[in-house]
Design a protein around this ligand. Structure first.
Ligand SMILES: Cc1cc2nc3c(=O)[nH]c(=O)nc-3n(C[C@H](O)[C@H](O)[C@H](O)COP(=O)(O)OP(=O)(O)OC[C@H]3O[C@@H](n4cnc5c(N)ncnc54)[C@H](O)[C@@H]3O)c2cc1C
Length: 470
């Protein structure tokens, strides 16, 4: 029987383990932390009974993918929950914009910019399944739907600033800025639209759901299915050397530099160079709040949103993102707010909501962004401060220390610069192959990149299975 070790139990490591086990491979998963799940963990961080997501909170690309369709995650206990508004973007003065599942309803809320929103996102949403099939796999492949991919690519290749010119009013421009800012990139650079176009289209197609009861439910479901197929798990053990693993296949759910360290001299020189030059992006600084009655947004629709993008106008968001990539902490950072209790009311306790926030900060940020984050929320939700019953802070350094893949607090495991957003971790026909027979990389440093969707692990496992038949 073929044997495999998966190093790391993030969503990609778990997806790889399950995919290999389904194909009849005997799989063992080794995890450095004391619990399984990597970037999909939840815990009572502020008050007893109030469950917060420690990393991923919303899951734009987790529904409808090949991995999600291949396994009965619902049967294993995973239930997705959606908020009435997928994401919103408050502006000063109580105004703002909201993205709802329906393109038409969203467009209707954007005044005279609605037509242009619909003209762009309508066709992209209708073809989302075929487009997503193309971009969740390595870019060097013969596309099955070249015209759909070309349409997506024409938007994705543009700087977000250029694409946003199609909208006249601050609301639509800001709505797109919030989605684009997930790339942690300056919004004036080529391909800085790619992540925003993909995420906004996925919000229309499948929504940005939360896992009922907390994101840890995602890991629990995959682990349960994997155990049923004989996968074994070991926690609290960090793998440092490939020589310590004695299996036919090894899949590394690690950052590329860590993979180079683990593989050592066996790694071909060209691959080692590429892995060591792999670039990481800015960091995140996370604050979780226990909030009496939820956040009192002045912009009404933001009270119904699962995710709220806080940072003001397109220009303000662009300026903040430019600063963090240059290593400077903005006075008013871009802040991502998760209102899991809106999507999953079972997450609230006696009217107290778990509110999840993180700010984009420079790589390796050593300061404290708590005051800046609270001030940004207070700016768009006057009275917020008085409702806060408890907070939990996870600094950039802590995020990096808790998970070796988040180098310098880079929660995307790799900068989304123009080259790496398309070809990661290096330009290669098989980006999962390390050049060492049987050893593969399966983390978010491989296509399709960051997010708790498991598609990197699914693709890497299939690359490993193909290797067995060669
Ligand atoms: C604050 C924050 C907010 C986020 N928000 C979202 C969101 O809302 N939606 C979303 O989709 N994504 C979000 N993400 C990103 C998402 O969590 C990651 O993209 C995803 O978890 C990547 O999965 P992975 O399997 O590649 O790696 P990870 O989840 O990073 O897991 C890697 C695992 O490998 C282990 N490991 C590493 N090296 C070794 C070793 N040498 N030996 C043994 N074990 C090792 C680590 O301990 C870790 O458990 C967020 C992340 C953070 C931190």
């Amino acid at each position: 029987m073929t044997t495999a070790t998966v190093v790391g139990s993030g969503p990609n490591g778990l997806a790889a383990a399950l995919t290999l086990a389904e194909a009849g491979v005997q799989v063992h998963v080794v995890e450095a932390a004391d619990t399984l799940g990597g970037g999909v963990r939840s815990a009572e961080l502020t008050l007893p009974g109030l469950v917060h997501d420690e990393c991923s909170g919303f899951h734009p690309l987790a529904v409808g993918t090949a991995f999600a369709r291949a396994f009965d995650l619902a049967g294993a206990g995973l239930t997705w929950r959606w908020a009435p508004v997928e994401f919103s973007h408050p502006l000063d003065g109580g105004t703002g914009a909201a993205l709802r599942r329906s393109v038409e309803v969203t467009a209707a809320g954007l005044g005279t910019d609605g037509t242009s929103w619909q003209r762009m996102f309508g066709p992209l949403t209708d073809r989302f399944d075929t487009v997503v099939e193309e971009f969740v796999q390595p870019m060097l492949h013969v596309p099955r739907h070249p015209f759909h991919l070309a349409r997506f690519g024409a938007y994705a290749a543009l700087p977000a600033r250029t694409l946003a010119r199609r909208w006249e009013h601050p609301e639509a421009r800001a709505l797109f800025a919030g989605a684009a800012a997930h790339a942690f990139r300056p919004l004036g650079t080529p391909f800085s639209s790619a992540v925003g176009v993909a995420l906004a289209t996925s919000a229309h197609a499948y929504g940005w759901p939360v896992a009922e009861g907390g994101s840890a439910a995602i890991a629990r479901a995959v682990v349960a299915l994997a155990r049923q197929r004989g996968v074994t798990f070991e926690t609290g053990r960090r793998v440092d050397h490939l020589a310590d693993l004695d299996t036919d296949l090894v899949l590394l759910d690690t950052a590329p530099r860590a993979a180079a360290d683990i593989i050592g001299d066996r790694l071909p020189a060209g691959v080692a160079r590429a892995y060591r030059r792999y670039r990481h992006g800015p960091g995140a600084f996370k604050v979780d709040y226990a909030v009496e009655g939820g956040v009192p947004w002045a912009h009404g629709e933001s009270r119904q949103a699962g995710t709220v993008h806080v940072g003001g106008s397109f220009e303000e968001v662009a300026a903040a993102e430019r600063q963090v990539t240059r290593g400077r902490m903005p006075e008013r950072p871009f802040v991502l707010v998760g209102q899991q209790g809106v999507a999953d009311p079972g997450r609230t306790r006696d009217g107290v909501h778990p509110v999840y926030t993180y700010a984009h900060v420079p790589a390796g940020f050593t300061g404290d962004a708590t005051t800046a984050i609270t001030a940004q929320l207070e700016r768009f939700a006057p009275g917020f401060r008085e409702r806060v019953l408890a907070t939990h802070v996870r600094s950039t350094a802590r995020i990096a220390a808790d998970n070796a893949n988040f180098v310098g607090g880079d929660i995307l495991t790799g900068a989304n610069d123009p080259l790496q957003v398309v070809f990661r971790p290096r330009l290669a026909a098989d980006p999962y192959a390390t050049g060492v027979p049987g050893v593969f990389l399966c983390s978010a440093a491989t296509p399709p990149g960051a997010g708790a969707h498991g598609m990197c692990g699914w693709n890497a496992a299939r690359a490993a299975l193909a290797h067995l038949t060669r």
